[in-house]
Design a protein around this ligand. Structure first.
Ligand SMILES: Nc1ncnc2c1ncn2[C@@H]1O[C@H](COP(=O)(O)OP(=O)(O)O)[C@@H](O)[C@H]1O
Ligand SMILES: [Mg+2]
Length: 227
């Protein structure tokens, strides 16, 4: 369902070009739980952003469900994100000044539902995370772990087939990390395709169907660093 062929991504920083990804090819099947591991700066987030249609390849091709999306216009990519992808950002990226439920309901905005309908859907998800009493709290009034749950609920509200989480364990405490791992296990039993980046060792490693190691923008068949 996810197919990357000879993908490169270059960033310009002043006069210097950085090869964030260097000729990466990879297939991920529906229902797989894949970990992206590797040191900081090795290209994990860049590849996750490409898979999540948040950024484009510089060279190479990306197919999603047999459609070559790598060169599609922005508004098509936005609709793919709405339909198929739930993205949990490393810094959660909640909107301050919006309540927990309003943050969860953001992906529903393009669908033309009423405010009442959006709130009802958001509340159902918040309840599954035992956060219904926080529904009307502002994003900035939530703890780090609660913010992550809201970010996960936002990623799930459109019932995506693909869930992408960038360093989900790096900004939460151990209790919430255990909670996150349980949630990932549930996604897995639901047959969702899940990709998680992490530079940390954790119990998610044991759940993964496959671990892909990155170093300097390349996939490393035999990692020579400890993770
Ligand atoms: N928007 C950007 N502009 C310039 N350089 C970037 C940008 N995003 C990432 N990079 C660079 O690309 C490389 C890979 O970054 P990243 O994918 O974030 O690595 P990781 O997630 O493995 O830590 C790094 O050298 C990083 O500095
Ligand atoms: Mg990263």
């Amino acid at each position: 369902m996810i197919k990357l062929e000879n993908v490169s991504k270059k960033f310009q920083s002043g006069k210097v070009w950085i090869n964030a990804l260097d000729n990466v090819s990879l297939n991920i099947d529906k229902g797989e739980l894949v970990m992206f591991k590797g040191p900081s700066g090795s290209g994990k987030s860049t590849l996750l952003n490409i898979i999540g249609c948040l950024t484009r390849v510089t060279n190479g091709s990306y197919w999603l469900d047999n459609q070559k999306v790598s060169h599609w216009p922005d508004h098509f990519l936005a609709s793919i994100r709405t339909e198929k992808i739930g993205f949990v950002f490393q810094q959660f990226n909640l909107i301050t000044g919006y309540s927990a439920w309003e943050n969860v309901a953001i992906p529903l905005l393009p669908l033309g539902l009423s405010k009442k309908e959006r709130r009802e859907k958001a509340l159902i998800l918040l309840e599954t995370f035992h956060l219904e009493t926080r529904a009307d709290f502002m994003a900035q009034e939530l703890s780090g772990g609660q913010q992550q749950l809201v970010a996960i609920a936002r990623a799930l509200i459109n019932e995506p087939d693909i869930i992408l989480a960038d360093e989900p364990l790096s900004n939460i405490d151990i209790k919430h990390a255990e909670n996150f791992i349980q949630i990932v296990n549930q996604f897995k039993t639901q047959g969702k395709t899940i990709i998680i980046t992490s530079h940390l060792r954790s119990k998610i490693d044991e759940l993964a169907d496959r671990t892909i190691y990155f170093d300097s923008g390349k996939i490393e068949p035999h990692p020579n660093f400890s993770v």
